[in-house]
Design a protein around this ligand. Structure first.
Ligand code: NAP
Length: 346
């Protein structure tokens, strides 16, 4: 029998990706859709800000949206929830669900708490060991596992094989981030049409601290510097990042490409349903990756990496691209849940 999952924030940009990914999931099924009081009591199709070209799945469109309340756990016999709600309301809400069941969250609120795992399953699955400490400390029957911000995920996956083999002295990244990353009501069309906005509130700080937490050990953050400059661009989905890395040891470009191509992690070993066969896809064409062509690789779960160059000894440059609402959000949470379930953590 499948486990029943609730979705917090089901009507938003990330919420609808959860619906898409869970619609035919082999282990989990959608048990309840939750959103704000503006949407509660109405049919999903009346209130969802649906923007995907595949329509709303049949069984979902007439489901009644529930107001977010932990009573929904009992009402629908939920086994877990996925969360895609605004961060300013998440501490209380996610905490109230975690009292009883596991919460897999996209929201920034709990990410940096020292007893909360911030996970990319291919990179730091061992950080799931924090769940035990978290449950003891907070007295919860459930727990919270978070995934990083959408920009951090696309950056950290290619950094992992680099840090493991060559070491890193510092990372400098400039991002070009899609509109869907700001949520449905995020960026007014008149602000972004014919434009680039060189500021995304709190984003640079998140990329810097989250990268250090994920690439560190369970008890200690990584100790190299990360500098981020984040820009909003007029792209629908897919965050592109120009990355500069000073490595500790020199590297060979062809060797690094091979390491990217061969990079695999626990999701691939365990054959988790949402895991891409290739977490990193190396692009050889000089003008790739590009969002419009490459964001859906691996069903939106692969990071494409191109323009891999050695500027001089120990100085690497590359461009990476990842789908912000799939690998960077809903797909990330679903993969975290699959990993935790496979490891019998719930
Ligand atoms: P969104 O499109 O604005 O959707 C927000 C969702 O939260 C909607 O379902 C909305 O319900 C609900 N909500 C808003 N205010 C609420 C309230 N006061 N009480 C209860 N529910 C409320 O946002 P999004 O882009 O999906 O982002 C959701 C979360 O994921 C955010 O924390 C965001 O930072 C994070 N995230 C987003 C991305 C991305 O690429 N978009 C990536 C990683 C992480 P109504 O429809 O009823 O208002």
């Amino acid at each position: 029998m499948k486990l029943k999952a609730g979705i917090l924030g089901a009507t938003g940009m990330v919420g609808q990706r959860f619906i898409q990914l869970l619609e035919e999931h082999p282990w989990f099924e959608i048990g309840a859709l939750m959103a704000s009081s503006r949407s509660a009591g109405k049919m999903y199709k009346e209130v969802a800000k649906w923007y995907l070209k595949e329509g709303i799945p049949k069984g979902i469109s007439e489901m009644i949206v529930e107001e977010i309340d932990k009573k929904v756990i009992e009402k629908f016999d939920l086994d877990l929830v996925f969360s895609a709600i605004p961060s300013d309301i998440a501490r209380e809400i996610e905490g109230s669900f975690a009292l009883e069941i596991p919460v897999f969250s996209n929201t920034a609120t709990y990410r940096m708490d020292d007893d909360v795992p911030l996970i990319i399953p291919e990179v730091n699955p061992e950080h799931l060991s924090l769940i035990k400490k978290q449950k003891e400390k907070r007295g919860w029957d459930g727990f919270i596992v978070t995934n990083p911000n959408c920009t951090t995920i696309g950056l950290v996956i290619p950094l992992k094989p680099i840090v493991d083999k060559f070491g890193i002295e510092w990372v400098n990244v400039a991002t070009m981030q899609a509109l869907s990353g700001a949520g449905y009501d995020g960026v007014p069309s008149m602000a972004i049409l014919d434009n680039v906005i060189p500021f995304i509130r709190n984003e640079e700080e998140k990329v810097e601290v989250e990268t250090a937490k994920i690439l560190g050990s369970v008890n200690k953050t990584a100790d190299f510097d990360i500098f981020a400059s984040c820009n909003r661009v007029n792209v629908r989905d897919g965050h592109t990042e120009s990355v500069f890395v000073k490595t500790e040891e020199d590297f060979d470009v062809e060797d690094l490409k091979e390491r990217f191509r061969k990079f695999r992690g626990e999701p691939q070993e365990l054959k988790l349903p949402t895991a891409p066969d290739r977490p990193i896809v190396v692009m050889e064409k000089e003008d790739r990756p590009q969002p419009i062509f490459d964001r859906d690789l691996g069903n939106g779960m692969s990071v494409s990496v191109g323009r891999i160059r050695r500027k001089k000894s120990q100085l690497l440059k590359f461009t990476c691209l990842s789908h912000n609402t799939i690998r960077g959000a809903a797909g990330a949470s679903v993969l975290n849940a699959e990993l935790a379930y496979k490891k019998k953590l719930f």
